[in-house]
Design a protein around this ligand. Structure first.
Ligand code: GLV
Ligand code: MN
Ligand code: MN
Ligand code: MN
Length: 442
């Protein structure tokens, strides 16, 4: 049926909104947490089921499927000039713990629906069209965001560090990949790298994950830039001890660093708490509303009510649209970590910047294809930046890039209340289809 998203039963250029919603719901059932939340972590059984599901749809659509060493999945519709750089789209289907069913998924299932639409309408691509399902956009399992696209963009640093990467159960990256059916030799990571002219353009469809489009009643966001994310891991170590028997004082100097004279407590947990507050302070001091910082992970060891924390582990996410300003915050957080460790007589055993990515700009050619499509469809659009990161941040390193945003309920994301309406998704799918068609003929 027309599913409410179409422009009439006789036109083949309609979105099967019912079918798309059914697929979204079905994919959401591959989850390790209760409905309505979704949890789908890299290389877990649920992730493997989701992969199988996506490949099944690619197969039905007659796309030729390729999987690389880490499990990025490519479904290609060969164009009449297959030697030319292809026009690609795609996103991710992994989901952070207790999140929703639209983040990433709209950009994969919606892209496949866009292909279905173009096929139905009799379109013949000149440049090949491709849908990519990226491996692990979310950093949940290994602390590395955009793992698949980062590698595709040729990150030697990541190829190197994956050799030592383990999850919090001490399972290595390679063992985890193997368990999901991706057995590889570390050198094969280089086969994931793509060449600069493999793609003529890359466009990603995604829910906004912010409130602007909904609030302003605008149907389409045309993304012009993606903010610059960084993540940091910090560890403090102290002596720990009995929560009742060890006395409280010993906050102020002189404090013999890691030496004997720590009278009495050097609480690694309080060092972490103080650092979390320092992150907030430095972020606010930037003076810009675009600077944001979050401590999303704070773990204490041994994690017993009657034991002074002897170790703490903090993970910090800092972002800005201004790379310099963000790096300045990171520098101040580092200084604070050093000061806190001295004042509290705890050891700052790790301060590791996991990633410190530059922002990316959309390409004029892709922006104009998206604008063309929105105008053709009579959809009001707004040029905007993406505050969330996406695989597009890395695709921009090897291809002209652009992103299409659609509104989502109250801007909710990374929580179960995440929602996008069938009409808004249909609009996004149509803009994507038309933009890809246009780029394919260039
Ligand atoms: C991606 O999920 C992000 O955190 O922006
Ligand atoms: Mn996400
Ligand atoms: Mn996403
Ligand atoms: Mn994301």
């Amino acid at each position: 049926g027309d599913g409410g998203g179409g422009s009439g039963g006789s036109s083949p250029f309609y979105v099967d909104s019912d079918g798309l919603q059914r697929q979204i719901d079905e994919l959401a059932s591959f989850s390790d947490s209760p409905v309505p939340s979704v949890t789908r972590v890299l290389y877990s059984d649920k992730d493997v089921q989701a992969r199988r599901y996506i490949k099944g749809i690619m197969n039905q659509l007659g796309l030729s499927i390729r999987e690389d060493a880490v499990g990025n999945i490519f479904g290609r519709w060969e164009g009449s000039e297959a030697g030319l750089g292809a026009v690609a789209t795609g996103s991710h289907v992994d989901a952070i713990p207790f999140s929703g069913k639209y983040d990433g998924v709209v950009g994969v299932l919606g892209a496949l629906e866009a292909i279905r639409m173009l096929k139905r309408s009799g379109f013949q691509p000149k440049r090949s069209l491709e849908v990519i399902m990226f491996t692990s956009e979310e950093p949940t399992r290994f602390g590395i965001s955009c793992l698949g696209s980062r590698l595709m963009a040729g990150s030697e640093e990541l190829a190197r560090s994956l050799k030592e990467t383990v999850d919090n159960q001490n399972v290595s990256f390679f063992d985890a990949a193997d368990s999901a059916g991706y057995k590889m030799h570390p050198e094969e990571l280089h086969n994931v790298f793509l060449k600069k002219d493999d793609y003529f353009a890359f466009v990603e469809l995604h829910i906004e994950q912010g409130p602007i489009l909904e609030k302003e009643g605008i149907k389409i966001g045309v993304v012009t830039a993606i903010a610059a994310p960084a993540s940091i891991k910090v560890e403090f170590e102290g002596n720990g001890g009995h929560a009742g028997a060890v006395l409280m004082p010993a906050r102020s100097p002189p404090h013999i660093y890691m030496g004997k004279e720590t009278f009495y407590r050097n609480d690694a947990g309080l060092a972490a708490a103080e650092l979390a507050l320092a992150v907030e302070k430095h972020v606010l001091e930037s003076g810009s509303i675009d600077t944001v910082g979050t401590v999303g992970i704070l773990q204490l060891h041994p994690g017993a009510i009657n034991s002074i924390p002897s170790k703490s582990h903090v993970e910090i996410d800092v972002r800005d649209i201004d790379e310099k300003r963000r790096n300045n915050v990171i520098e101040k957080v580092h200084q604070s970590a050093i000061e806190i460790s001295k004042n509290r007589g705890v050891l700052l055993s790790e301060f590791k910047i996991i990633n410190q990515d530059p922002p990316a700009l959309s390409d004029k050619s892709v922006i104009s294809a998206m604008e063309f499509a929105a105008k053709q469809l009579n959809l009001e659009y707004k040029l905007m930046i993406s505050r969330a990161y996406h695989d597009s941040l890395f695709m921009a390193r090897i291809s002209p890039m652009g992103m299409i945003f659609i509104p989502c309920y109250k801007g909710y994301s990374h929580k179960p209340e995440e929602y996008a309406s069938p009409e808004d998704m249909a609009n996004g799918v149509k803009v994507l289809a038309l933009a890809m068609a246009r780029l394919s003929l260039q």
